[in-house]
Design a binder for this molecule. Structure first.
Ligand SMILES: [Zn+2]
Length: 59
């Protein structure tokens, strides 16, 4: 019997995002399923689209 595994079920759903927290500058982790990001330092959550916009206009 073939076995199929949902990678999201077995793996940590968070992936490292190469963006900085808009609040504290900490590292953001993207929560791909919900299209949101969470800061590892202050635990602030952001919508991915908001982070993209901020990174595009800022820097
Ligand atoms: Zn933060």
């Amino acid at each position: 019997m073939a076995e199929f595994e949902n990678p999201y079920a077995a793996e940590d759903p968070f992936v490292e995002a190469h963006f900085d927290c808009l609040e504290c500058g900490g590292k953001l982790w993207e929560y791909a399923i919900q299209g949101s990001m969470v800061c590892e330092d202050c635990r602030s959550t952001f919508r991915s689209t908001d982070v993209f916009d901020a990174q595009a206009t800022g820097a």
